[in-house]
Design a binder for this molecule. Structure first.
Ligand code: ADP
Ligand code: ZN
Ligand code: ZN
Length: 756
């Protein structure tokens, strides 16, 4: 046996710091979350020679496990273990717990709901440096505080030494200040030393301070408009509620977030803001830093070095950071003074983790808020059907901003039919004419294309050969600049060929269009203007994106073209024309969520037009201008479109009207994956047979049937009530953990978002 396996998930009520003292003569047994893919906790003895009084739940320890040394988190201290032989843990890492009781309860809840191993969830919650066992003390800060004598002085005591008096005042008014803060406020070391020599101040070790954000000029807030005021009045900062804030792009949602933050900060609480991966730009950070120049802000994003990230996380967990901004995994940061949870662009797919522990940070936000008794605000111009359903059925409060803030007006949207038109690399003549006119007026154009690369396929005109990925059921995308063919699913690459590998003909055609190909045409057609391509190939980092967009922010006429990266977050007031090259793809997909995503994307892209004082215009190219969903979207907007989709989902008995989970399996040998899932389904059916309230489907092949050499299948389980699914899935996991086939991978995907 690899480790000391203690059974079961402990009930949450068992936890608590106070237990150690009451335990009497029994030796302490440590119940630990170990980062291995097993859904249980593990019992260990304390490290040899450890002081029992130094142990508390929430600390990390090094433990031996199957010949390896792993970083585990102490979840509970108990008096007895069902196991006779226990190994001791190796070493205690933390003096102070990293996770408080609320943080641990939350992780346990998530582990139970998503059928995730608690150890993997704790690992996901920790920043990499801490996950690897680096001591938190490494980032401890020095804090300057007043001595008893210093505290007794009046603020004007040092009138003859103005610099010393200013520092004394700061410490009297604000309490201890970190070395970093003092430096930022330009209090010099000689001044500090002078006060220390008089015995008025002293340095003490204290919590970490987050690394600094990009510089920003402090900016005062605008006066709220009536709608914004009503929205804010509807949110009670003192208690739990979930509100969906549905407001078009530019309607002032971010302003509402800032005001809610301001309110909870004034109550001495912390605010957590979750943003999509693409939304955590230096621009966003600057806006928040500019509003709260005096507050300590921790930003948890992928652009940080490991050390900086750990520092920001520790500052948040110690209650030191007032505002925590982060992407998906920031939801697991323990926040001892949590006052509000805000999720921006709540519909965004990046809040759902698609591998490992498959959680939804958006859904967990509601649980976190409930546990802490604080408001949760989900904001978006294009609500997910899940949130919209919750709002319409009264589970969430439905708040709306119907008008654009400031002076901006909504854009004018029209369809450009493309069927039977002479297209130039996918652009209708009408679209090209509008682009030219807009640039000539000195304004900016944004062209949206949902595919990167040059062309999505390369084919031989003579024998019909197509460049396939040898590992996936998909075609290779042609990247002309990099001179290779690449698979966008597994990243397989091969050099570009000049002749057909099958018949040696040189008549090869690039089929379809991508960003690279459109860039080529537009750069040639509109040679007098800069053409800025924004996709994953040109923006390796957030900073690269920020740099790339700098000319556009300066306001010069230019042409921006790119993928959905351009759809979000960027405030570009000089863009007056948006061209959507192809609206059709998502309307005809096998994934029932595709129309929802397409609608969101189109609305978000269209929202980029006319954000400043200039009126905006949107051209949507489509082969099927009469498609009823497209018509609804363009004429009535996303709100009406989404409500229609909800009615369709009701008829089809699909989420969000039903709860849905997938059991996934993939294997190089397709038969094994299918057999595994057949047994899985039988296991679940034995526990709960199909009924009007519970339906099974599959095993069926995933939409992308083969990926990276493995065949992929799933069983879909839908139920009227979520509660029905949980015990079924728990039982299934228990059985599947015993699966001995090392080449087969399986996963449970609760509230699955992708059928791919
Ligand atoms: P959203 O987050 O809904 O896209 P923002 O909060 O970014 O909207 O607001 C869009 C623009 O309008 C921003 O430039 C913002 O500064 C401005 N704005 C927001 N609220 C007001 C207001 N009450 N008065 C004037 N301008 C405002
Ligand atoms: Zn050929
Ligand atoms: Zn591939």
């Amino acid at each position: 046996m690899a480790g000391n396996c203690a059974i079961m998930r402990p009930s949450i009520q068992q936890y608590g710091e106070g237990q150690l003292a009451n335990r009497g003569a029994n030796p302490a047994i440590l119940r630990l979350a170990v980062p291995v893919p097993l859904r249980r906790l593990f019992d260990y003895l304390p490290p040899e020679g450890a002081d029992p009084a130094a142990l508390a739940p929430g600390q990390r320890l090094w433990v031996p496990f199957g010949g390896r040394k792993l970083v585990a988190v102490l979840v509970d201290i108990v008096a007895e273990s069902p196991l006779a032989e226990l190994k001791p843990a190796l070493e205690l890492i933390d003096r102070q717990p990293l996770f408080d009781g609320a943080g641990r309860d939350f992780l346990q809840w998530a582990a139970d709901y998503y059928q995730a191993p608690a150890g993997e969830l704790y690992a996901a919650a920790l920043p990499v440096a801490l996950r690897k066992g680096k001591p938190a003390d490494h980032w401890a800060e020095q804090w300057l505080q007043l001595t008893t004598e210093g505290k007794g002085l009046p603020e004007t005591a040092l009138a003859r030494a103005p610099k010393q008096q200013a520092l004394l005042q700061l410490l009297l008014q604000k309490g201890p200040n970190s070395r970093t803060q003092l430096k930022a406020l330009k209090h010099s070391l000689p001044v500090i030393r002078a006060l220390a020599d008089r015995g008025l101040v002293e340095w003490v070790a204290g919590p970490t301070v987050p690394p600094p954000l990009p510089d920003a000029e402090p900016t005062p807030p605008p006066a709220l408009n009536d709608e914004q005021r009503q929205v804010l009045e509807a949110i009670d900062a003192e208690r739990f509620s979930v509100s969906l804030l549905e407001g078009t792009t530019g309607s002032g949602k971010t302003e509402v977030y800032l005001r809610l933050m301001e309110r909870v900060l004034a109550m001495g609480r912390q605010a957590l803001l979750l943003v999509p991966e693409i939304g955590l730009t230096p621009q966003t950070l600057r806006r928040i830093a500019a509003r709260f120049p005096e507050r300590s802000i921790a930003a948890l994003h992928s652009g940080l070095a490991d050390g900086e990230r750990a520092q920001a996380w520790l500052a948040a967990a110690a209650g030191q950071a007032d505002i925590v901004i982060g992407t998906r995994s920031a939801i697991f940061t323990p926040l001892p003074r949590l006052g509000a949870v805000i999720v921006d662009e709540e519909h965004d797919g990046s809040f759902k983790q698609q591998d490992g522990v498959r959680y939804s940070a958006r859904d967990l936000a509601a649980v976190l808020g409930r546990n802490a008794g604080v408001p949760v605000l989900l904001g978006t111009a294009t609500p997910s059907l899940e949130s919209l359903h919750n709002a319409l059925s009264g589970r969430y409060r439905h708040l709306r901003l119907r008008n654009r803030a400031g002076d901006a007006r909504p854009p004018e949207i029209s369809v450009v039919p493309t069927l039977g038109q002479q297209l130039d690399e996918g652009f209708a003549p009408q679209s090209l004419r509008h682009i030219g006119e807009t640039l000539q007026r000195g304004e900016q154009v944004l062209v949206f294309i949902n595919r990167r690369g040059y062309a999505p396929a390369l084919a031989c005109d003579d024998c019909g050969w197509l460049a396939d990925c040898p590992h996936c059921s998909s075609k290779l995308t042609m990247h002309r600049r990099q001179r290779h063919l690449r698979c966008h699913h597994c990243d397989y690459r091969r050099p570009l060929v000049n002749s057909c590998p099958q018949c040696h003909s040189r008549a090869l055609s690039a089929l379809g269009g991508g960003t690279e190909r459109s860039e080529e045409l537009l750069a040639q057609r509109f040679a007098d203007y800069p053409v800025i391509r924004v996709d994953r190939d040109t923006t390796a980092s957030k900073r690269a994106l920020d740099r790339l967009l700098a000319p556009a922010r300066d306001g010069e006429p230019c042409l921006l073209l790119g993928t959905q990266m351009l759809a979000k977050g960027h405030h570009l007031p000089r863009v007056t024309l948006v061209v959507i090259q192809d609206a059709d793809g998502g309307l005809f997909s096998a994934d029932f969520r595709a129309p929802e995503r397409t609608g969101q994307l189109l609305e978000q892209v269209a929202g980029r037009a006319g954000r400043g004082d200039l009126a905006g215009r949107v051209l949507v190219q489509s082969r099927y201008p009469e498609h009823p969903l497209l018509q609804l979207l363009l004429e009535k907007g996303y709100g009406a479109f989404a409500r229609q989709l909800l009615r369709d989902r009701t008829v089809a008995q699909l989420p969000p009207l039903r709860a849905m989970a997938l059991v996934r399996a993939e294997c190089e040998e397709p038969r094994w994956a299918e057999e595994f899932l057949q047994t899985a389904r039988a296991q679940m059916e034995a526990l709960a047979p199909p009924s009007p309230e519970l339906a099974y489907l599959g095993p069926v092949p995933a939409l992308l049937e083969r990926k990276s050499g493995r065949f992929r299948f799933y069983v879909q389980v839908t139920a009227e009530k979520r509660g029905v699914l949980l015990p079924l899935l728990a039982r299934l996991c228990q059985w599947a953990e015993g699966n001995r086939n090392r080449r087969l991978r399986w996963a449970v995907d609760m509230d699955a978002q992708e059928l791919s």
